[in-house]
Write a protein that binds this ligand. Structure first.
Ligand code: ATP
Ligand code: MG
Length: 394
């Protein structure tokens, strides 16, 4: 029996010219960390792929589990389960039969060979013909189909070995986390912000989150939900740290000092300022929110304008043009939807006015804000933040 492997394919990384090597190393390190504890011997870069070597004796199902885990990691376009074998035609035959057996449940197939090194004497077309012919003998009831076959049997010949696989699963794509700098994400326990964070992580950003809790004016229920959400995001290495800021007392003071209709804007400007202070400490170069244009009162264009003015860092809103239904579908496939659907009072539900302003005028906002001792509050809130680290940070 040959060495069982999973081959990790990536696309975009391949387009990055001279940065390619550092992107590949980053993806390799991320995978190494996230697949810890699974039956793997080692992970290695082989021409244009990362090869995961599965422990001897591990089943096809165990290999599929590893493939599933790897497929959720940003930067991975596709994962294939198969075998590493010698560069020898008989070995290709045997490995192809094993790979096809593993894959099961198919009617048609085709063979697709690729030589990364033309020092192998048999051309790809000839490998296709010979391996295809052998499979037809072993599986006489299966048909060769060139267009849209059920199974693509791949034979990849590289410098020192060959890799043969039949079943592949799609990955999430994007870029490896850590290859695009660091951002500070405002993470509520709601549906939208985990999706916004995930989108940035999928583009290679290392994401630190900050959650504003209504504590001590509310319970810490929203904090538990945020920790559960962070655990889901941690499975694919998408979150490195969460700061929890007890925000309830400042909200109570804002509610007492500013006109009711401006409260929400004021809470949000203060959140942004504290997030910016933490971002500077973390060397994060942008804030990220889960806002979607017009979704709620605070997300009108006027209010977004009045909130952004509070900070100088760029604010990314990856969901600004996304419909709630689409966000919900994304949260479901991410695995955060059920957690986010649980009710928990957080600072958003605390001291809410009956009629929040939907078209805030910056002049009135700044006048009202002048009543608040922000130069004291912002550093005090940032200093009071409690933090929890996740695997990529540890
Ligand atoms: P979500 O479903 O993400 O909670 P939402 O539709 O409830 O979003 P808002 O409450 O207006 O919308 O919040 C908009 C964005 O502001 C959120 O997506 C998030 O980025 C940020 N935000 C809101 N509440 C908090 C909080 N308690 N802590 C940190 N960030 C928050
Ligand atoms: Mg919310």
């Amino acid at each position: 029996m040959f060495q069982r492997v999973c081959l990790v394919h990536y696309h975009e990384i391949g387009l990055k010219g001279h940065n390619r090597a550092s992107f590949e190393v980053r993806l390799l390190k991320n995978l190494e960390l996230l697949l810890k504890g699974l039956p793997l011997v080692t992970l290695k870069r082989i021409s244009g792929r990362i090869c995961l070597y599965i422990k001897e004796g591990a089943s096809y199902e165990a290999a599929c589990d590893i493939a599933d885990r790897a497929a959720g990691v940003p930067g991975v376009v596709r994962v294939s389960c198969g075998y590493k074998c010698p560069r020898d035609l008989d070995a290709f035959f045997e490995a192809a039969v094993c790979a096809v057996h593993d894959a099961g449940g198919f009617e048609s197939f085709k063979v697709q060979a690729r030589r990364n090194h033309t020092d192998f004497p048999i051309e790809s077309m000839e490998i296709n013909r010979l391996v295809g012919g052998h499979l037809c003998e072993v599986f006489p009831d299966k048909k060769v189909k060139m267009k849209d076959p059920d199974l693509n049997v791949a034979v990849e010949v590289v410098q020192s070995a060959a890799y043969v696989y039949a079943r592949s699963i799609p990955g999430v794509g994007g870029l490896p986390v850590g290859s695009s700098g660091r951002v500070m994400c405002l993470l509520s326990s709601g549906i939208d912000s985990p999706v916004a964070l995930w989108r940035l992580a999928r583009r290679g950003a290392s994401c630190v989150a900050v959650h504003f809790s209504g504590r001590p004016q509310t319970s810490s229920a929203s904090e538990f939900l945020v920790r559960d959400i962070a655990q889901v995001l941690d499975r694919t290495g998408c979150i490195s740290r969460v700061y929890i800021v007890p925000f309830g007392d400042c909200q109570r003071e804002i509610a007492a000092l500013v006109p009711p209709e401006l409260r929400v804007i004021m809470y949000r400007r203060l959140m942004f300022k504290v997030a910016e202070a933490l971002a500077r400490k973390e060397k994060a170069k942008a804030l990220v929110t889960g806002e979607s244009l017009g979704q709620v009162a605070s997300q009108t264009l006027d209010n977004i304008f009045a909130t952004d003015e509070a900070v100088s860092l760029p604010v990314f809103r990856p969901l600004i043009g996304t419909d709630k239904q689409e966000i919900i579908r994304e949260a479901q496939s991410l695995g955060t939807f059920d957690i986010s659907s649980q009710d928990a009072p957080d600072c958003c539900t605390l001291f809410m006015p009956r009629n929040p302003e939907t078209h805030a005028k910056l002049r009135f906002v700044l006048e009202a804000e002048a009543q608040l001792p922000l130069e004291e509050w912002v550093p005090a809130l940032a200093a009071a933040a409690e933090l929890c680290d996740y695997s990529s940070r540890r």
